[in-house]
Design a protein around this ligand. Structure first.
Ligand code: F0G
Length: 435
């Protein structure tokens, strides 16, 4: 069954093995499209692979190979394996957020600690199909860790463009350790993304930011896995943090595909949650029911200078904006924003459940609460929030929160680090006083 690339705007098609990210004719973003084998694809096929020990079906991405790259020769696949992450049922957090049925899908449980591994197995696999020797990305950190790890596995050189500040230490140390060429640049993520595209075009390097549609094919499997874990019953809502909007775009594509293939009976609604200081989608996307053509939102994107404690999503000019608008239109989606205070408090509550996540991920829970309060999410609905990255990615933010030393923010749920002298009596006194 054939796959090909297609412009989302003018529908122009390109062969699957062309190195191209945007349409030559109109500049639109490209989708990877597949001619699905409908007789082969079924819930039973994917269920039969659960618990597989052998590659590639032991991966939570390649388990759905027929949906992400049907005719791919398996010898190209670079997998660690990724996916197969937990879907936590969290009644206490549900009560706090005001819903009865809340799940958190923990993408921080991927091999390098974020959902980017799902995208990177798709992207680096395609790099091998194309015979590319070098792959590059601009990154707020997690993409860099995943790219570095998958490039190392594939024996390809990884190149990373970082901002020279605000990269969480867990992420920076991963990229360096996995052996990528790491460049700190005096430019923010949005500028670095422009730079990596320009430099890569000149040097023949393959770009693995989420403008690369093969990344999104991997990431759409987050939806497949959630829905399979819910025994193929689609939830009412998927709530996801939004930065460069790759996930939002991938989720929309994946959900529509599941629906059109008859694997789910209804489309969940996507809620994108942005940090207030990095919320260009929130500010530009006006879900006015009187406006039939939601695509017109594309013209209305006003890039902003981004700033938030959730450095993963410190993005002011999201490259996937048109695809995200499409996903919102297709799923009757909504966009909300939350403050850094709301993010860090929600994170503290997720962490205190023994689950844990990095700041950006907590947008999901903070967003569920806000959307419940505004009446958009109904208390009786089933909600799945996506946790995008692991707690250990950004230890600095966590420790400073609990020490109450973060600028312009006060910890609502601090867990104070205690100090004691090295003798049992004083420790016993300390513990007794706390009872
Ligand atoms: N959450 C985390 C932990 C992330 O690392 C990112 C993106 C997002 C959410 C936003 O996802 O871009 O699909 O909307 N991080 C990128 C990076 C930009 O370089 O690691 P998105």
């Amino acid at each position: 069954m054939a796959s090909f690339l297609q412009c989302m705007d003018c529908q122009k098609q390109y062969p699957i093995n062309q190195v191209i990210y945007t349409c030559e004719a109109c500049g639109g973003l490209l989708d990877v499209k597949h001619e699905f084998n409908r007789t082969l694809i079924s819930r039973e096929l994917f269920d039969s692979r659960l618990g597989a020990l052998q590659a590639p079906y032991n991966s939570g991405v390649w388990r759905y190979k027929e949906l992400i790259y049907p005719d791919l020769d398996k010898k190209f696949i670079v997998s660690k394996p990724e996916g197969n992450t937990n879907l936590y049922h969290v009644p206490k957090l549900a009560a706090w957020a005001g819903v009865s049925n809340l799940y958190l899908k923990h993408e921080g449980e991927n091999p390098t600690g974020s959902f980017k591994d799902r995208g990177m197995t798709g992207g680096v696999t395609q790099a091998r199909v194309l015979g590319m020797q070098r792959v590059a990305c601009a990154s707020t950190g997690n993409t860099s860790a995943a790219l570095a790890a998958y490039a190392a596995s594939a024996g390809i050189q990884g190149i990373i463009f970082f901002e020279n500040k605000n990269i969480a230490l867990g992420k920076l140390s991963q990229a360096i350790a996995y052996g990528a060429t790491c460049i700190q640049i005096d430019a923010d993520f949005d500028r670095n993304l422009e730079l990596v595209r320009e430099v890569s075009a000149q040097l023949g390097i393959y770009v693995l930011n989420s403008v690369n549609p093969f990344r999104l094919e991997g990431q759409k499997t987050i939806m497949f896995e959630v829905i399979q874990q819910l025994k193929w019953q689609a939830p009412d809502w998927i709530v996801v943090p939004g930065g460069n909007l790759g996930n939002t775009s991938a989720f929309g594509k994946g959900l529509v595909e599941l629906y059109e293939l008859g694997l789910i009976d209804k489309l969940p609604r996507i809620a994108v949650i942005q940090a207030e200081g990095a919320s260009p989608l929130f500010h530009s996307y006006q879900p006015n029911p009187d406006i039939k053509d939601y695509q017109r939102g594309i013209d209305e994107l006003t890039p902003m200078k981004a700033n938030t404690i959730a450095t993963a999503i410190k993005i002011g000019n999201p490259v996937n904006y048109p695809k995200a608008v499409r996903a919102l239109r297709q799923t009757n989606g909504v966009v909300e924003k939350v403050t850094d205070q709301e993010i860090m408090d929600a994170k503290a509550l997720i962490d205190a459940q023994g689950i844990g996540c990095e700041p950006a991920s907590a947008c999901s829970l903070a967003g569920v609460r806000k959307l419940t309060q505004t009446g958009i999410i109904q208390a009786g609905q089933t909600v799945v929030g996506i946790l995008t990255g692991h707690l250990l990615k950004d230890p600095d933010a966590t420790i400073k929160y609990h020490q109450n030393t973060l600028d312009n923010l006060s910890a609502s749920y601090p867990n104070q680090l205690l100090q004691a002298v090295g003798d049992a009596r004083s420790i016993i006194k300390l513990l007794t006083e706390r009872e």
